[in-house]
Design a binder for this molecule. Structure first.
Ligand code: GLV
Length: 367
């Protein structure tokens, strides 16, 4: 098949791009590892491209849609989150945009779980001890002990795809689960997990009985030993349930002093100044972050304070960064494959050209 569609990708997303080349697309890929300047994106869009492949680093707003008025037919984002794309602006210009939900669900949830493991079992200070040759003797409790996750309570804040996958992984570790979601409750899933927990207990796979339930955010934060954040970033005025700074001085103070917080969702869901204070003043036991209010994390971030280094793990927006998840050209396995397929669906008018039926289009309401 030959197509003459012109596409600009703001980033190299690997072999999946060959699917477009094979189909005859004229593809230009920004060659640098950093994001292109907005002016360059505008220039490319103004030149009449049909499709734009983006990452979460690109700000896609009215300026971009205006530049592509009459020519830009789709924005295909390599991410599940799309807070960098102004949905109202996309709708105003009737440009569909796609995302890569589902294929990164398990990878993100497992990484969140590993972050808890690293925090709770003090893997970072333990490795430092060994490497710096400070491991002078084996001792039952010196120089420090970690906390088990087995049998503890975890609060899952946000029960969308990734929150549910996290619930599944935590139930495998015999944890009790407090669920909170500002917008939606999946009682069918929660009931299925409770049934699975009961069966595991009845068949002797887990020793203690465990439970799962939806609760208020206050209950979730005050009762949990671990708190895992899985909400999308929604700023004030964007919906009735904003999540911007959902974690602030007030909500952080609700958590147990022994509790750990992990964020793999979006940085601005947590007020970083408040979190740094919470860690410094021991309102909570520790935190691990994969996302930040501003990325990359600035050199002067209070989260880098050496006084909290032992209990603050920092990762580079890395939760979905696994080989198959990021790069597989298969749209059912990889973000790259799904991103490319979303672009093709819109440009080649798959599903009879009905955008409402295209699985990866986010803003179906615009049509
Ligand atoms: C990563 O953060 C994503 O939204 O896919």
């Amino acid at each position: 098949m030959t197509n003459n569609f012109r596409v600009f990708a703001t980033c190299d997303i690997g072999d999946a791009l060959n699917i477009l080349r094979t189909r005859g697309y004229q593809l230009e890929v920004y060659p640098e590892p950093t994001a292109p300047p907005k002016a360059l994106v505008l220039e490319k869009v103004r030149s009449g491209i049909d499709g734009l492949i983006t990452t979460l680093r690109d700000q896609i707003d009215a300026e971009v849609f205006e530049a592509g008025k009459g020519t830009l037919k789709v924005v295909a984002q390599l991410a599940v989150g799309f807070d960098n794309i102004n949905r109202a602006d996309a709708n105003r210009y009737n440009v569909p945009f796609t995302h890569t939900a589902d294929v990164l669900t398990e990878a993100t949830a497992e990484f969140a779980f590993f972050m808890f493991g690293s925090l709770a079992r003090k893997m970072w200070p333990a490795e430092h001890l060994t490497r710096e040759n400070k491991w002078g003797f084996w001792h039952p409790y010196l120089p420090f002990l970690g906390d088990e996750v087995t049998g503890k309570a975890i609060a899952i804040i946000g029960t969308g795809r990734i929150g549910l996958a996290m619930i599944k992984k935590c139930s495998g570790f015999d944890m009790n689960i407090l669920c909170y979601d500002p917008a939606y409750q999946n009682l069918v899933y929660v009931t299925a997990i409770q049934d699975t927990m009961d069966l595991r207990h009845a068949r002797g796979i887990q020793k203690e009985k465990t439970w799962i339930k939806y609760v208020s955010i206050d209950e979730a934060l005050s009762q949990a030993d671990f708190v895992s954040v899985h909400v999308p970033l929604i700023r004030e005025g964007e919906s009735a349930t904003p999540t911007f700074h959902l974690f602030n001085e007030r909500t952080l103070r609700m958590m147990k002093r022994t509790a750990f917080l992990v964020n793999t969702s979006r940085g601005p869901v947590i007020d970083e100044n408040a979190l740094a204070k919470a860690l410094k003043e021991n309102w909570i036991a520790g935190a691990a972050l994969d996302v930040y209010e501003k990325e990359p994390l600035s050199e002067d971030s209070p989260l880098r304070d050496s006084a909290i280094e032992d209990r603050c793990r920092l990762f580079p927006h890395f939760a979905s960064a696994a080989k198959i998840t990021r790069l597989s050209p298969d749209p059912d396995k990889g973000m790259a494959g799904r991103c490319v397929q979303g672009l093709i669906d819109v440009l080649e008018k798959n599903y009879g050209g009905d955008i409402k039926k295209m699985p990866y289009v986010v803003n179906k309401e615009a049509f």
